[in-house]
Structures are given as C-alpha cells and as structure tokens.
Design a protein around this ligand. Sequence first.
Ligand code: ATP
Ligand code: MG
Length: 395
Amino acid sequence: MESANEKYGYILVRFGELSTKGKNKKDFIRQLTRNVKYALSAYPQLEYRNDRDRLYIFLNDTDPVPVSQRLKDVFGIRSFSLAIKCEPEMEAIKQAALYAAQKEWNEGKRTFKVMARRNDKSFPFVSDQINRFVAGRVLHETELKVDVHNPDFPLIVEIHKDAAYIMAHTELGAGGYPVRVGGRAMMLLSGGIDSPVAAYEIMKRGVMIECVHFASQPYTSEQAKEKVLTLAKMLSRYQGPVRVHVVPFTDLQLAIYDHCPENYAITIMRRMMVRIAEELAKKNKCLALVTGESVGQVASQTLESMGVINEVIKLPVIRPVATWDKLEIIAKAREIGTYETSILPFEDCCTIFTPKDPVTKPRSDRAEQYESRFDWKELLDKAVENTETVTMSEE
Ligand code: ATP
Ligand code: MG
C-alpha cells in the first residue's frame, strides 16, 4: 500500500463539455482515453484508469512536465492536475494535504484554501467538514494562512470510493470534444494561413479530418506541395495520422481559363474544387466539407460567391473561421504553430491563376452557362482518378 506521503505520482484529468449523457458519454470517455493514450504513446510505462468523470494517469516515475505539455493538445480535456493519491480515509488525506501544502510553502506560497469534493457519498464527512479538518492540520503544522477569497494556491481534495487525490495546481486543457466522436470531414487544405486554423477548430469539435489539396504542377512547385504535407503533419498532433488527397488540378484549371471569361475563372474553379472534394468525401465516408473561408476576405468569399459555389454540392460545408478577422486567424495560427510554415512563399494554385478582376457578385446562370461550354466532367473524373493519397503523422 502506498504511504500518504507518496509524492505526486498521478495526473487527474477532468473531462470537457459533457453536455450529452448515457451512451454518448461512454463513447466520449472511451475515445478520450484512447486519444490520450495515443498522444502519450512515447511513454509506455504510464498506466491509465478511468471512471465516469475522471481519467487517472499513473506516472510510474515519468517526468510530469513533458506529459503535461502533450496533454494540452488533446481535445476533450477541460483541465488536469498533478495529484497525490492516498487512501480515502481522513488521516491519510490530512497527511497528503500537509505534504502538498509544505511543498507550496517551499515554493514561496503563503496562503491557501481547501476545496474538497466528495464523489463517494458514503464517505463519513461532508465537504465542509473535510475542508475544516484539512485546513486545521495545515494551519497547525505550517505557517501557511487561509485566504478564502484570493489564495496563493488551492488545496484540492477529491474523494472517490477507492482513493482520494490531493492537488495544488490545475492546468487548462484544450477543451472541445475528443477527436473521432463527431465523425469525419473532408478539409480543403491550401498552403495558406486560414485552412490549418479551420482544421484545428473542426478537430476541436471532435471531428476527424482527411484533407484534400489541389495542386497545379508544374505551375506550382514540389515545395508548395511539401508545405501542405508539412502542415498536415503538424495537424496530426491533434488527431493522429492525417490522410491527404493530392488532386492534380492543372488540366481542369487550364480548361477553365480556355473556356470561361477571366472574371468568372475563380468562381468556376471553386465550383470544381468543391465538386471534387465532395466526391472524395463520399468515397472516404466524410460527412461534410470544411474550408478556411472567411466572409468578405476576398472576391470568392462574399456571400454571393459562397452561394454560387455551394449550390453545386449537397454536403454541408463548415467554415470554422467564417467570422474571424485575419488578425484573429493569425494569432491562432501562431498559437498552434502553423503560421511560420503557412507564410513560406511557395505559390498556390490560386495565386498563379488569379485573374485581375474577379467578380464579387457572381450569378449562377452565368456560371452554368460558362461551364456548359466544355466537357469538364471528363476532366474532373480524371483528376479524381489520378488523386494521390499520402498519410502524414508526427514520427
Ligand atoms: P488560406 O489561408 O487557407 O489559403 P485564403 O485566404 O488564401 O485561405 P483562399 O485561397 O481564397 O483563401 O481559399 C479559401 C479556402 O479554399 C481555403 O481556406 C481552403 O479551404 C480552400 N482552398 C483554396 N485553395 C486550395 C487548394 N489549393 N487546395 C485545397 N483547398 C484550397
Ligand atoms: Mg489560399
């Protein structure tokens, strides 16, 4: 049996938004546990256990710092704390709390507040009593003072049926839902700043992504493609391996420029992109498309444009950053580490074929009319057929 003075040997993980109950809750916890294990697979010595509202990680002498760092990227975690585990019995709890309090004192903390939570209702004392007993012991044995309004640290006590946990720090998790509980979506990943952020946001809602990238070689370089694959690799940090479907888009694009007026080229090109993306989505059991579009940012992102582009497909299109300012998107891109890669100067298919004066208010009848001028269906099928799929992961 462990002694009450056992050092911090556990991490206690609190779940995120659990608005759903019953079977969904079970799925949430099962998936979260799986995702945590995957994220921490570099530490095979860790041991896991979960109950209905907590996941416990036994560190087995592992350095908690890198483990905590990695946990911060797992969606579905509200917060987590390094914890001392002890017997669910008052004397053991007091001793462990005293150990934790002394450690905080050594680090310069001077005031505390006990916050007890009794999960096991058969424990013979209520929270208020536990608070008083624990605080009494700490006040008696140390020079720490109680400050209920603004303590230097909380002394958190959680009592479960089989064990109690003592903690003095809480770190925020990434929030959201565990990736995979929300099904799968096809992410349109360009090499820009916006789409990786949109990808992050949709994964945060528990949706697993596959990516589609439209490449226009030889007009775009091998490096432009590598950059997109690098971004996909970075995104794999949040969900595990990310599949990227690279679509050879050049022939279709050249045909568009041959047959359609220049100012409609972008509109038609986007319609082709979403048609292809929808086809790949269906083939790969994805339930929606996701883009990094932001309302009003460029000609193809006015509401009129979005309408004319959207009308050629049936799947829902999610636009996580639709209402974000560019500066907000950039701030997020920096935070998740994709910004530096996104701004590498390799040309994108859209930057090369950008017309001087794209329509900001395209009309569907016109778009249809221009499309009827050439056999795009054949070119589209060929592009899908020649799509190359690469799987990207961190190591
Ligand atoms: P980003 O920073 O994501 O490139 P952007 O502001 O450059 O965004 P656009 O180039 O107009 O915007 O593209 C809007 C969205 O269309 C992108 O966020 C992405 O989802 C999709 N998209 C654009 N180009 C491509 C491409 N070559 N391959 C895949 N998706 C693309
Ligand atoms: Mg772009």
